[in-house]
Ligand binder design. Structure first.
Ligand code: GLU
Length: 507
């Protein structure tokens, strides 16, 4: 059996989007499940699209997700370097080999000439393709005499090397997810393999590196499916067909309404991040939000992504990374696009966040408090986290749900005042304050017992006491149980807040 070696091969043209992370994840799961190797290769041959910081962003994002590699640009390994711009010198020989074998040719047409042709075709509502139908009329080594070609090359005339797509051939790609995909060669064009700047294009560099790095499976997004027939031809023409990797093209990620591909440009426009981490565009300084900064935990982000294009036979939804490794199979990936559901992402986050050990929640809360400069010296953060954990969907909710513990209400929700504050309320609360004053051990059982006895003694309903009591301590009608709140605040602060309510709430 062939050793499993898979790669994630992003181009550093900007931040990684959800779909990119999913591709990395599926490759990772596949590698780990089969005991194979996972490689990070940076495909930066298109210097015009290079974005500073993108490579570091990609590495940091995958790191946050817990997706690890065995070899790569940041780790080294037996096939180093793993950054294509540093491998520049090794691609040329393969382009030359293709030319020598008649599978590729030199093309000298200038950008202006090609532009002109494109425009002429557009005017006739046609698309111009440099390919089997047109290349005989164009300025290339197939149409000009050999001596002239040699002369042009000699004199440094700019050129590109193009693949010579065969005429009238059916090219078949075997895809693990889609089965046999056949394409008529007449639909393909003579793609550029090698550019005038001395760099290979994506197609040549990608195939050469997959071959040299002994990649066994190419698992990538559906947007690369149209390139696959060309890649199959390159393997064939380079004499590498017997070691060609298996292909698996993953389904598209769709917008929540199912209308079209979820794209980088959707950014925050649809009300949720499309990037794992916050990204600041180095050219425009525009900031796009990230899952990490929005308060998602990586376990939730990964679990949510894992189900966008794959699911187990049972409809099981909750998976740790270990369970995913165990359960994942390419053959259970779907062909049809997967709709991204931002509500489901929150659902997963709530699940994982609320299930965290309390000391981790405390760390998150401390961080949030620090950021806002809120002192937490006198409160028991562990208890607070226990009380609010079920109400937290995103990490910042830990503070939003517990803010009143740290900061006494400065105002009182008018609607609640109108409903809960009656003429007899000040009297009831003053009485409660007296009762609480004499509670020795200010913990839930004693506070509860004293409050209940007080209510019984007064012959009033629990709500008549509890609603205004909550209003004084919290400022609204929300929050955990009142006895819990009072015990966390402590006797002094509880009494202080009752008094503040009595002083400030007027009807
Ligand atoms: N460099 C390509 C990208 O940016 C890689 C596609 C592939 O995996 O072959 O997605």
């Amino acid at each position: 059996m062939r050793e499993v070696r898979v790669r994630f091969a992003p181009s550093p043209t900007g931040p990684l989007h959800l779909g990119g992370v999913r591709t990395a994840l599926y490759n990772y799961l596949f590698a780990r499940k089969s005991g194979g190797k996972f490689i990070l290769r940076i495909e930066d041959t298109d210097q015009g699209r290079f974005v500073p910081g993108a490579e570091q962003y990609i590495i940091e994002s995958l790191n946050w997700c817990g997706i690890t590699f065995d070899e790569g640009v940041h780790l080294g390994g037996p096939y180093t370097p793993y950054r294509q711009s540093e491998r520049k010198s090794l691609y040329r020989q393969y382009a030359d080999q293709l030319v020598a074998d008649g599978y590729a040719y030199y093309a000298f047409d200038t950008a202006e000439q090609l532009d002109q042709l494109r425009k002429e075709h557009e005017a006739k509502k046609q698309t111009f393709q440099y390919g089997p139908q047109t290349r005989q009329q164009l300025y290339n080594s197939l149409t000009i005499p050999a001596e002239k070609t040699a002369e042009l090359l000699e004199s440094g005339t700019p050129y590109v090397i193009r693949i010579r797509i065969p005429e009238n051939e059916t090219i078949t790609v075997t895809d693990r997810i889609r089965g046999l995909v056949s394409v008529e060669s007449s639909l393909l064009d003579d793609k550029v393999l090698f550019k005038s700047d001395g760099m290979p294009t994506y197609h040549l560099a990608n195939v050469v590196d997959d071959y040299l790095m002994k990649i066994s499976h190419v698992i990538r997004g559906e947007e690369w499916l149209p390139s696959a027939p060309l890649h199959v031809l390159l393997y064939r023409y380079l004499g590498w067909e017997s070691s060609m990797p298996e292909f698996a093209h993953l389904p598209l990620l769709l917008k929540p309404d199912g209308n079209g591909k979820l794209s980088k440009r959707d950014g925050d426009r649809l009300g949720f991040p499309v990037f794992p981490l916050r990204w600041t565009d180095p050219f425009t300084s525009e900031v796009s939000s990230g899952y990490r900064e929005s308060g998602y935990v990586p376990e939730a982000f990964i679990n949510m992504l894992s189900l966008l294009g794959w699911h187990e036979e049972s409809d099981k939804e909750l998976f740790t990374m270990e369970e995913l490794i165990d359960a994942f199979s390419i053959d259970r990936c779907s062909k049809s696009g997967a709709k991204f559901d931002p509500e489901k992402a929150k659902w997963f986050n709530h699940h994982y966040l609320s299930a965290k050990p309390v000391n981790e929640l405390v760390k998150y809360l401390e961080e949030l408090l620090k950021k806002e400069g809120i002192s937490s010296a006198s409160v028991n953060l562990e208890r607070i986290c226990e009380l609010v954990r079920d109400r937290a969907v995103l990490i910042p909710d830990l503070l939003e749900q517990s803010r009143f513990f740290f900061i006494a209400p400065k105002s009182y929700d008018e609607k609640v005042v109108a409903k809960a504050w009656k003429a007899e309320t000040p009297g009831i609360l003053s009485g409660l304050a007296e009762v609480l004053q004499s509670v020795e051990v200010f913990e839930v059982p004693a506070i509860e017992e004293a409050s209940k006895a007080y209510v019984a003694d007064k012959g009033i309903g629990m709500g008549q006491l509890m609603n205004p009591f909550r209003l004084c301590l919290v400022g609204t009608s929300a929050g955990p149980g009142m006895f819990d709140i009072a015990s966390v605040l402590g006797k002094e602060e509880t009494l202080r807040r009752i008094q503040a309510g009595l002083n400030n709430i007027v009807i």
